[in-house]
Design a protein around this ligand. Sequence first.
Ligand code: PGA
Length: 262
Amino acid sequence: MSAPARVLSLAGASVQVFVDSSSACLAAADAIARTIHAANGRAVLGLATGATPEPVYARLVGLHRAGELSFAGVTTYNLDEYYPISPLDPRSYRAYMHRHLFAHVDLPPNRAHVLDGTVPEAFAAEHTAQYDRWIAADGGLDLQLLGIGRNGHIGFNEPSELAVDEALKLPTRLVSLHPVTRADAAREFDGEAHVIPRALTVGVAPILAARSILVLAFGPRKAEAVAEAVRGPVTPRLPASLLQTVPGKVVWVLDEAAAKGL
Ligand code: PGA
């Protein structure tokens, strides 16, 4: 067990600050494992990709290999996927999930869901609406794992000028990536010009409907977005601030650097 150095209660959220990202990731993985155990192995999890959660998946795989955690009854829904992209493209989030989790645990392939970057564009809206129906048919998400972008995005719900009530209703859908998101993806894509500019993302509404939400952020680059999300006004210009509208559900898991502005 890894314990936070300090815990703050801010704007209805619990903010757990760890001495470093490794101990934070151990705690996040343990929280996921507890969610699975609490559901008698049948948890429905919303999963995230990116650099931040990689050690979380490593720990979950470790628990599985040690015989302490089974995914045989678990169902997962990933947050987002580039569009269009092949699932075999190593930059796809389907490939990421295969590398970091799916290939190493006993999660049934027909319950490890990732939005499909190969769906015909004319059917993208049908596909994303169906994804929301699959989540609902599974009884909703027990836990949503989230990262936060430097621009405050959650999933690929990017900053917008929408009214708050409209933003809260955003479903899973095809979106265009924000310039900050494209800049941050440049490394994976060999330069910003090559970043796939659109994506499928789980919407704000299904994210906020999860029964618990674990947001991970590490390092000084995330400190400003974290501070605005936790302490700033609720605004679709910083989508993570919309998490303040679901008090009691959200746990921020931070290292000291990401918590600097709190
Ligand atoms: P990162 O991405 O983990 O690669 O920093 C987080 C995000 O953009 O949501």
